[in-house]
Design a protein around this ligand. Structure first.
Ligand code: TRP
Length: 438
């Protein structure tokens, strides 16, 4: 069977940026930065993103184009039989991430529907908080929206790489960017917004600790879609011999930039309303509706906001499903579409306990974590760094000559620096992070 391909380099970059930019940038980043001391967290995040993150991004894309297969197959082709196990680990990570990711994607979809119906806005953050809590505890509704979100995801993935994922990203990424700029302009002109801007850009190192480092590294993996073969899988659909380094740089730049924009969209508003920047996952669902309730045409802006959140989530969820589906298709020798639907069904099922983690199953915990938090912790603190380590060792040691040929076919002055990051710095720092996490 002929392997699918991207239609253009732009399509590849937008699809990869679409994978990276997601709930991580808009939903997770503001509350993580809020909880970890604002600018201090952000500076650490930026430093790690442009060294470790960029190196691994380039490495993944290069491995993908060199291996030209699903993640398990690519690991086996480039590393040998034992490496297939590493690929399997990546597939498991994608499976776990998508099961809780789709739950949050479902929340955004539900809020979008409620906003269009005109029932989501009120000026009182207290009642918005209560409403959010009763919504996420409402099992039937959250599971329904989780199903709807998975259905959207599988419809796109099932349509194929070029007709599904690439087309979606080409339309939605520019749209997302414009929506965010409009919303930021509104947030920044709220009275009292400057305290939020200051919080974002003036570092408070007193709140800095090793856990900031751990959290920031975990978030670099999550927000750049690294460590589980998303960029390997996307890279495998890339044709030609054009150097990959600039594509990788573009994707990191777009992803990090969007996370900062996400912070600018949410945190100033949090401060303007005197709310707690460390409020956690509810931040975008409680704070933002309160903001919109106060502005002219607020219903419209709220609709745009939840639309952008849903859009960002969808371009990411398709990449998670694509990794799993491509590997399943290859392992079972079945078609891409069938593999996508099978994988989606299994992920939907695993997502149900995550969906119920804030209601019916909230007291069902492992290590004190609900299923939702457990899947999140296992994937971002354990599996993604571990996957990143494997990618680094495979790219930096085992298959370096092929990776280098992908990154700069006729050599480049920065190649030794890239190798230093990929082969030495990445495995060492990930090791420290992993040990600390355990
Ligand atoms: N990067 C996405 C976000 O920030 C989530 C995501 C998509 C992801 N694909 C991934 C995270 C692969 C880790 C690995 O929302």
């Amino acid at each position: 069977m002929k392997r699918s391909q991207w239609g253009s380099r732009l399509g590849f970059i937008l699809a990869s940026a679409g994978s990276a930019v997601g709930l991580g940038a808009i939903w997770k980043f503001p509350y993580m930065a809020g909880a970890q001391g604002g600018a201090a967290f952000i500076l650490v995040y930026l430093a790690i993103a442009f060294t470790l993150g960029l190196g691994l991004m380039a490495a993944e894309m290069a491995l993908g184009r060199a291996g030209r297969g699903g993640i398990v197959e690519t690991f086996r082709r480039l590393g040998g039989r034992a490496w297939a196990l590493g690929g399997l680990l990546a597939v498991i990570a994608g499976f776990l991430i998508l099961s809780f990711y789709s739950v949050v994607g479902g929340w955004t979809l539900a809020y979008l529907v409620a906003t269009v119906a005109g029932t989501s806005l009120t000026q009182d953050p207290g009642s918005l908080g209560a409403r959010f809590e009763s919504f996420v505890a409402d099992g039937a509704r959250v599971v329904t929206y989780h199903a709807a979100f998975m259905a959207l995801t599988v419809l796109v993935v099932g349509a194929g790489v070029q007709k599904g994922i690439e087309r979606l990203s080409k339309w939605l990424m520019p749209t997302l960017f414009v929506l965010m700029l409009v919303l930021i302009a509104r947030a920044l002109t709220l009275p009292g917004a400057s305290a939020g801007v200051e919080y974002l850009f003036r570092p408070d190192w007193s709140s800095f600790s090793t856990s900031t480092l751990l959290e920031a590294t975990g978030f670099v993996f999550f927000s750049l879609s690294l460590g589980m073969g998303a960029m390997i899988t996307y890279g495998s659909y890339l044709d030609g011999r054009a150097p990959l380094a600039s594509s990788a740089t573009w994707v990191v730049f777009l992803a990090v930039g969007t996370a900062l924009l996400g912070g600018l969209m949410v945190l100033p508003a949090v401060f303007a309303f005197g709310m707690d920047p460390a409020a956690g996952p509810g931040l975008s669902f409680i704070t933002m509706p309160a903001v919109f309730a106060q502005m002219p045409a607020g219903e419209l802006f709220a609709t745009l906001f939840f639309l952008s959140l849903t859009v960002a989530a969808l371009t990411s969820s398709v990449s998670l499903l694509e990794v799993v589906a491509a590997a399943v298709a290859e392992a079972l020798g079945i078609g891409h579409r069938a593999a996508a639907w099978m994988s989606a069904a299994a992920i939907f099922a695993a997502g149900i306990p995550c969906a119920l983690s804030f209601g019916a199953m909230s007291s069902y915990t492992v290590f004190g974590l609900t299923t939702f938090d457990l899947f999140d912790a296992i994937s971002s603190k354990l599996l993604l760094p571990l996957g990143g380590m494997l990618v680094a060792v495979l790219a930096g040691w085992v298959a370096w000559s092929r990776v280098a040929a992908q990154l700069a076919p006729s050599g480049a002055a920065w190649l030794p620096a890239a190798r230093l990051v990929i082969a030495v710095i990445a495995p060492l720092s990930v090791l420290v992070i992993l040990l600390h996490g355990l």
